[in-house]
Design a protein around this ligand. Structure first.
Ligand code: BG6
Length: 486
């Protein structure tokens, strides 16, 4: 007797001809359907878009995208597209009526003998979220014969009020257990490894607190600029684009207490507690910057206000540095410094934990007059790994000290890492919400960062290719701290 055929789940992508599908989702869907077991291998993917394309045109577009992303050869991609892809065009339908889509989904479910399970993935610009969510509800797409899971990309709201109303709208059609809010940083191996690093290694956990730590730094520096997204970015800025989402997530993982298990809500309960314990940000604790002309990696870059699509008098921030206080038993009084920016000197995502100096020093002066404190530097990308800095005695008669690093590199141990999307999509199919942002996490994050947008600090210029405005250095200097050199 042959094995029973696996009934495919249906993966519906709304916005299937957009940039996200082309660069991230198609390569990820290809990877998981070709390498992760029979359930994913059977997946049926229904792309939806307003473009008046035929199924054949959609498949050719998918093949081109997979080849361009170096995810597959042309012949493999062609066979894959024929096996997995279907297309629905909204072109002939009245806007925001999904009755035609419902008919097609039901037909797919019948003709492909699917499991009846549906993923509805919103790969759309934020302004399309509310009407699309309403249309999904009115057409009844939220209830199928099996489970239905709803996936939504950032930005999730523009402030606390809009995030709340988006959550309310979603909850009219979906239970929170069915909602998967993507923050793609949570899919990165190195970000997931933060939990393992902290909670599988007693060595670090026992010193991870206010008694031993002087301060914590989280840097997400990009060399990239606007990448043809000027219209979106100029309305959004670095605080919304990066800080409220990605940096806030990194902060929660660095600062959270140990969860009772890895079950999704246990982990997310601990993360949300960190956000709840953040102190309100004082005006002097935030620096906003905007890049002016400069050079990044040897290439000339025009100033932000001269980028095509940006308003000439724009006051959108392309750099943010902020000092945060976590008012918890573990962290009270220890500053967390966050910074991010476009067109900075190098690409670097890193968490640095600076430990305290020994209370008494009897080894004589260090080179440069400074007593070095131990530093743990976890690089999340690129060149993923970590360094632990420590002092050793230089061989010889006299006691003289030198700083050295223990290091670990993912590339040496495991080879290259994939981006987070295959992990996240597989988790959606398996129903594991651990790496997705819960409604209360988003709202708490807006509660903390939103007030900065109502009352923004003045914008300080910085040359492209630098490390941001000088004031970002001074932000730490007042406490005798400094950003760890790259
Ligand atoms: C996105 C932001 O969420 O993250 C982009 O919208 C940013 O502006 C990107 O460039 C950074 O992601 P990564 O994975 O390249 O660090």
């Amino acid at each position: 007797m042959g094995k029973p055929r696996v009934r495919p789940d249906l993966f519906v992508v709304l916005g299937a001809t957009g940039d996200l599908m082309e660069r991230k989702l198609l390569p990820a869907l290809y990877a998981i359907t070709t390498s992760t077991g029979p359930a994913a291998a059977a997946l049926r993917i229904l792309g939806c878009s307003r473009r008046p394309w035929t199924e054949r045109q959609f498949r050719s577009y998918a093949v081109r995208s997979l080849v361009a992303a170096k995810a597959a050869t042309r012949s493999d991609a062609t066979a894959w597209a024929a096996r997995h892809l279907a297309f629905h065009s909204f072109a002939a339908e009245p806007a925001e009526q999904f009755d035609g889509l419902r008919t097609q989904i039901e037909e797919e479910e019948r003709t492909q003998r699917t499991s009846g399970n549906r993923v509805l993935y919103l790969a759309l610009p934020a302004e399309a979220f509310p009407p699309t969510i309403r249309a999904i509800g009115s057409a009844g797409l939220n209830r199928g014969p099996g489970w239905t899971r709803f996936v939504i990309e950032k930005p999730f709201g523009r402030d606390l009020a809009s995030a709340r109303s988006l959550n309310q709208l979603i909850h009219r059609s979906f239970d929170e257990k069915e909602v998967y809010r993507i923050d793609h940083y949570l899919g990165k191996e190195t970000v997931q490894n933060l939990l393992v690093f902290r909670f599988a290694n007693m060595l670090f956990e026992s010193v991870w607190n206010r008694d031993r730590v002087e301060h914590v730094e989280i840097t997400v520096a990009e060399q990239l600029g606007l990448e043809n997204r000027a219209a979106y970015y100029d309305q959004t800025g670095a605080l919304r684009d990066m800080v409220q989402s990605h940096l806030a997530q990194l902060l929660t993982l660095a600062a959270m207490e140990v969860p009772t298990s890895l079950e999704a809500d246990q982990v997310r309960n601990e993360k949300v507690k960190v956000l709840r314990s953040l102190e309100p940000i004082r005006p002097q604790d935030a620096i906003f910057g905007q890049y002016t002309a400069g050079s990044v990696d040897g290439e000339h870059v025009v100033g932000y206000r001269y980028e095509p699509g940006v308003r000439r008098r724009s006051s959108t921030e392309t750099f943010v540095a902020v000092r945060l206080g976590v008012n918890s038993w573990r962290w009270h009084g220890i500053p967390f410094y966050l910074r991010t920016g476009k067109h900075l000197a190098t690409k670097l995502t890193r968490i640095v934990v600076r430990f305290r100096q020994p209370p008494v020093w009897f080894f004589g002066p260090m080179e440069g007059g400074e007593i070095h404190a131990n530093t743990l530097s976890i690089t999340l990308q690129p060149d993923e790994g970590f360094e632990l800095g420590f002092e050793i005695k230089r061989p010889g008669h006299a006691i003289s000290l030198e700083s050295h690093q223990l290091h670990f590199r993912y590339s040496e141990a495991f080879g290259p890492l994939s981006d987070g999307y295959p992990t996240l999509i597989l988790d959606v199919l398996r129903g594991d919400q651990t790496l997705f942002v819960r409604a209360d996490e988003v709202e708490e994050s807006w509660r903390v960062f939103g007030p900065l947008l109502r009352n923004p600090p003045r914008i300080r210029p910085y040359p492209a290719g630098s490390w941001g405005p000088k004031a970002a250095e001074e932000l730490l200097g007042t406490e005798g701290h400094e950003w760890c050199p790259p």
